[in-house]
Design a binder for this molecule. Structure first.
Ligand code: HEM
Length: 513
């Protein structure tokens, strides 16, 4: 899976801060949150991790506690290792903690106009409102037919290609999201629009974040492109032109279809209509087009990562698949059909599996960094304004903490079955999507899409380990994760095999088991 711009944007922000020659803050008598020992001037540059942030910060958390302060060349970074601290700062004090880091290179590529990069304030607010209105738990139901169509196609593709889960899954989420945003159906594995968007992602990621001098000497953006070493200038321009071209083209498809009266329901069709009816105050047409594109970018990799985690976990835990299939078979026997999203309340074990999948590996384990605007104090500790705030969703009383989830390394959906008298257990869905005013606006859509994908695939198929070509025996793939802003399991092989001819027939509308 190629890294998408949201990934690279955050990496840029983090690494740029490593290289950023900030004005060294004069240490005052103020008490900062604890942290590892710092070097003179460069601060924590030598100890700051460049990968697997979440596990390193979890280790630091065991030594230094729930809130940690480090600085790189004077640029303050606060690491939050606890849900309580995240809620206090990012939610209750959200007015101060909802900004984002900046990057000159991203600005040159025009990514700084993107919803996930915009600073907290008057440009971000109307765009956020525009997205949020379409993604409330009720509004998102408009898009259930999109989810159901795409999941059905996903299941059918396994009939002819039981080993090709990677391509199939990528197509599921790219097709579902481009369908959601533009009402456009992907019909091949090599769709030209998906390929172009991924090329834009590749171009965005081409320059190593922070290794481009312009990220710490912004004046360099004005160098002429022919100047030796100024390749980034034409590169940024090329990326910008490609993205703007794609925004225009995809938006143009929707406009034409609306004129012809053939537009499928989509976010862009709704937004265009709202715009024409002057219902989007503060949103320019250029912003509207880019926001559609950003919604696609933000939606694909995270959802795909979650379903990949589900696949690898289920290969290792056939007993979980069996328990789910007992619940699903009882439903199918009664209804004579595959479950739909309306059936969710009747299939609670699938909910438990989804929660456990989010818990086992949060797709964005360090969320997207926030930035504080003004100086603040938390439990007597000083947090300077302009601090980059990194929340360790993966750990910190959140997903992998023994005190919250006993035996956190076990994949055990049963932990979410609430028995009478049990204290409520933290729902990972309340954490994996981030916090406060910047919380993921696509969360209800993602949650619904993933629920249906899990319920459907387990209804029809078994997800099994690959067979060793020589021994003919099953080989369990290793569970290993990549390291980036959004993480996912490293590539593995598996077989997706129909449970029986009768279960497969459900895909084609034949009922009885
Ligand atoms: C499993 C799937 C997903 C996960 C785990 C996820 C997670 C996140 C996280 C952690 C953030 C940062 C929140 C913060 O700053 O506190 C975020 C932001 C965002 N997400 Fe998601 N996301 C998912 C799916 C989606 C989908 C499907 C969409 C759109 C269709 C979407 C759109 C966005 C946008 C636009 C932002 C930026 C919000 C802003 O800066 O105001 N996400 N997401």
């Amino acid at each position: 899976m190629d890294s998408l711009p949201i990934n690279k944007y955050v990496a840029t922000a983090v690494v740029a801060s490593l290289l950023y020659v900030g004005i060294c803050r004069r240490r005052t008598s103020k008490v900062y949150p604890p942290g590892p020992p710092a070097d003179l001037i460069i601060g924590h540059a030598r100890v700051f991790p460049l990968e697997y942030f979440h596990t390193v910060f979890a280790d630091w958390g065991k030594k230094f506690g729930n809130i940690i302060y480090v600085h790189i060349l004077g640029r303050p970074i606060v690491i939050i290792n606890s849900l309580d601290v995240a809620r206090e700062l990012l939610e209750k004090r959200g007015v101060n903690y909802s900004d984002r880091p900046t990057s000159t290179l991203y600005d040159m590529m025009n990514w700084s106009r993107a919803i996930f990069c915009l600073p907290y304030g008057d440009r971000w607010r109307p765009l956020r409102r525009m997205i949020a209105e379409k993604f409330t738990p009720t509004a998102v139901k408009t898009f259930f037919p999109v989810i159901e169509t795409e999941v059905n196609d996903f299941l059918r593709r396994f009939e002819s290609d039981p080993l090709g889960y990677k391509t199939n899954m990528h197509r599921l989420f790219s097709s579902m999201t481009i369908n959601l945003v533009y009402g456009y159906r992907v019909t091949t594995d090599n769709d030209p629009y998906v390929a172009s968007i991924e090329h834009a992602a590749y171009l965005t990621a081409k320059y190593t974040p922070g290794a481009v001098p312009v990220d710490f000497l912004p004046i360099l953006r004005f160098l002429p492109a022919w100047f030796p070493g100024a390749g980034f200038v034409s590169h940024a321009k090329e990326t910008d032109v490609l993205i703007q071209g794609l925004c225009d083209e995809l938006n143009g498809i929707v406009t034409k279809q609306r004129t012809a009266g053939t537009a499928a329901p989509s976010l862009m069709a709704q937004w265009q209509e709202d715009y024409e009816n002057s219902e989007l105050p503060g949103v320019s047409y250029e912003d509207l087009k880019l926001t559609g594109f950003c919604t696609y970018v933000a939606g694909v990799e995270t959802t795909e990562s979650t379903l990949l985690t589900f696949f690898i976990m289920i290969i290792h835990h056939p007993e979980v698949a069996k328990a789910a299939q007992i619940e699903l078979d009882a439903f199918i026997a009664e209804e004579g059909r595959l479950p739909s999203l309306q059936d969710r309340p009747r299939l609670p074990y699938i909910d438990c599996i989804l929660k456990e999948t989010f818990r086992a590996s949060s797709p964005a384990p360090m969320s997207i960094p926030h930035v504080s605007q003004n100086d603040d104090e938390y439990e007597g500790m000083f947090i300077p304004g302009g601090s980059m705030i990194m929340s360790n969703i993966w750990y910190g009383n959140m997903m992998n903490d023994e005190s919250v989830y006993p035996s956190p390394s076990d994949f055990n959906p049963e932990r979410f079955i609430q028995k009478d008298g049990d204290a409520p257990i933290l729902d990972p869905t309340d954490v994996v999507f981030g916090f406060g005013r910047r919380i993921c606006p696509g969360r209800h859509f993602a949650d619904s899409a993933l629920w249906l994908a899990i319920a459907s695939v387990l209804s029809v198929y078994d997800i099994l380990p690959p067979i060793h070509p020589k021994t003919g025996k099953e080989v369990l793939p290793k569970i290993e994760f990549t390291s980036a802003v959004t993480i996912h399991p490293k590539p593995f092989d598996c077989r997706v095999i129909p449970r029986s001819a009768k279960h497969l027939a459900l895909l084609h509308g034949a009922g009885d088991l």
